[in-house]
Design a protein around this ligand. Structure first.
Ligand code: ADP
Ligand code: MG
Length: 616
């Protein structure tokens, strides 16, 4: 009969051919049968393919009996699992026991009963099959277990790596010398490093799980909330990742400090988080201010040389005239007028000089730059050598800009000083102009300005000019082509910063040997603004009538006031003692039209005197 490839294989070992024949004919209907005549052969064959699934083994055989064969089979790992059924004439329980002890699974007694043989074989094969299945399952479970163990090990390792990298990040973030703060989209703080504690003066526990709002100054709270809302709506930040922005933050003590910040966003489980890296720039701001101040002092130094010369002239005039006066050679009125003129010139010069050296905090105001530029031109006239001609092209006095006058003064001085240095001893022409002009769309794009009306301040020289390489670098701080005693390379960088700061820009045109022109473009302020109207001109002194009580503990000043006011037509009662003055007033309160008093006086302060007088 045709047998399936997985038909069980039965090996029959018996030295008696007839017995073999009977069993073969019986079993080959159901199984593949391998008949073997002695033990030794059986042990050889059992190792070859196809291996039997079960062995029927006769006990009584010459040379090697069934027990020995069975013992060998069970001793060999390749054959030990093949079930062995003994076929025997013996019916002794002792013999049977011996066989079972050797590892046999069953006995079949001769003469054999066919159905029993078939049944026992089937049973054993079934048992064998279930063993196999069980083993397979076990093996499967074993592999599963192994895989599980491997997974667990991998997971432990990756968790360890994760913890390590997190730990690394943490210690990195903690030891950074910038503040690092992470928040979620609701502004709740989740990370606050050591440096943040230092800058903000909060301990991490005080801010963790709180809103970032506590670090935002009230003035910026709304803008900050708007920015967060915007991100919530659009899912995008206004600032590009990595872009450095300068913002103001609030410390625990309420102080507001400037910081530079870069912001980055990242996603955890689908929700956005932000990490801000901040650097306290208070110190740098101070340094910048100090730099600007020292640059001013440098400019003053440049000026001083020229001014000393001018002062000598002024003093010469004053001394000369005074001598003429004492000698009685010329008319006293004439002499005094000359002295006064020269002294006024000296005073103005000192004033202009003070504008530069004073350390004024930047304060922008609205003003007409033409006057200021003209002042600088006047100052330059007293400094520049005669070989340099100044051409004044200052026009249009009606435009106003918003800037810090002291800073603009300095910008002009820097540009004029550069021009003078570029012209050197050979001299040339320095042209300073102010004009109004309208910037159209195209020009606005070129110059990175807004469209609209601007004021152009022009400083032009006929000096050495610049190569393109130099032109590219002139606004860099510390870029200079001059020797140490002549230049620091700060003039133009400060000038550029100042003009940029009032919404304008500086444009340069220059060619080697053909001179240089600096154009400053500053936006004109057109909206009416009452807060800082330009100062009104001083009125010319007018004559008047009335009676004035003058009080000052300094007799010299009382005398000057008496003379001045009397000269203007007033009646004057002067006192150096406020109590006496008060007594005089009380004697005839209604005869006085005005009281002019000093504030700091012995016996009574000016405001107290005023209050006493007003009681009437
Ligand atoms: P400094 O005058 O101290 O060198 P500045 O910032 O004022 O520094 O100028 C930088 C450089 O730009 C100068 O060293 C010079 O090379 C060049 N420069 C500035 N103004 C002029 C000018 N009017 N003509 C020629 N070169 C100039
Ligand atoms: Mg300079």
């Amino acid at each position: 009969m045709n047998k399936e490839p997985n038909t069980p294989v039965v090996m029959i070992v018996d030295d008696v051919i007839e017995n073999l024949d009977v069993l073969v004919s019986l079993l080959s209907r159901h199984y593949r049968v391998i008949p073997i005549k002695d033990g030794e052969q059986a042990l050889k064959r059992v190792l070859l393919e196809p291996q039997p699934d079960i062995i029927l083994l006769d006990i009584m055989m010459p040379d090697m009996d069934g027990y020995e064969v069975c013992a060998e089979l069970k001793a060999n790992p390749h054959t030990k699992d093949i079930p062995v059924i003994f076929i025997t004439m013996r019916t002794d329980t002792i013999d049977e026991l011996r066989g079972l002890e050797l590892g046999a699974v069953d006995y079949i007694h001769k003469p054999i009963s066919h159905p029993i043989v078939l049944a026992r074989i089937r049973t054993q094969l079934a048992i064998q099959e279930s063993y196999r299945k069980l083993e397979e399952k076990n093996g499967h479970i074993h592999t599963l277990n192994e895989r599980l163990a491997q997974d667990v090990a991998e997971r432990v390792a990756s968790e360890k790596a994760l913890r390590e990298s997190e730990e690394r990040f943490r210690s990195l973030a903690q030891s950074a010398t910038d503040a690092i703060i992470s928040i979620d989209l609701d502004g709740i703080i989740h990370f606050f490093n050591k440096w943040a504690e230092k800058i903000f003066q909060y301990a991490a526990e005080e801010v963790l799980d709180h809103s970032i709002a506590m670090l935002v100054p009230e003035n910026y709270a709304k803008a900050h909330q708007d920015a967060i809302d915007r991100i919530k709506q659009t899912g995008r930040m206004r600032h590009k990742p990595g872009q450095v922005i300068t913002i103001t933050v609030k410390r625990k003590d309420g102080a507001e400090i400037p910081v530079e910040m870069t912001l980055s966003a990242w996603e955890v489980d689908g929700s956005l988080h932000f990490t801000a890296i901040m650097r306290d720039i208070t110190e740098r701001k101070h340094l910048e201010e100090r730099l600007a101040q020292s640059q001013r002092m440098e400019a003053v130094g440049t000026l001083a040389g020229g001014i000393a010369h001018d002062f000598n002239n002024i003093l010469g005039i004053i001394i000369g005239n005074a001598e003429l006066g004492t000698l009685g050679v010329s008319d006293l009125a004439e002499v005094t007028k000359n002295i006064l003129e020269a002294a006024t010139r000296g005073r103005d010069l000192v004033r202009r000089l003070l504008v530069f050296s004073r350390k004024t905090p930047t304060s922008k105001q609205r003003f007409n730059p033409a006057t200021l530029v003209r002042e600088v031109v006047q100052l330059m006239r007293s400094i520049l050598p005669a070989s340099i001609v100044i051409q004044d092209e200052i026009r249009d006095e009606n435009a106003q800009i918003r800037a810090d006058p002291a800073q603009l003064h300095q910008v002009m001085l820097n540009l004029c000083t550069n021009a003078r240095q570029a012209m050197g001893d050979k001299g040339g022409v320095l042209t300073v102009g102010v004009a109004r002009l309208s910037i159209d769309a195209e020009r606005a794009k070129q110059l990175a300005l807004n469209m609209g009306s601007h004021l152009e301040i022009r400083v032009q020289d006929t000096g050495s000019g610049m190569t393109e390489e130099v032109q590219h670098r002139i606004f860099e701080p510390f870029f200079t082509t001059k020797t140490k005693d002549k230049g620091t390379g700060l003039g133009l960088s400060v000038a550029y910063g100042t003009i940029r700061n009032c919404g304008g820009t500086i444009h340069v045109t220059s060619k080697p040997g053909q001179g240089t022109t600096f154009h400053l473009y500053i936006p004109e302020v057109v909206t009416p603004d009452n807060t800082d109207r330009p100062a009104a001109e001083l009125p010319v002194l007018k004559k008047g009538i009335g009676r004035i009580l003058v009080v000052d503990d300094e007799i010299g000043l009382v005398e000057i006031w008496e003379k001045l006011l009397t000269g203007l037509g007033y009646l004057v009662d002067g006192f150096t003692d406020p109590l006496e003055a008060l007594a005089r007033f009380h004697a005839a309160p209604h005869t006085f039209d005005a009281v002019l008093t000093d504030q700091t006086m012995p016996k009574m302060l000016g405001n107290t005197l005023g209050e006493e007088i007003l009681k009437n």
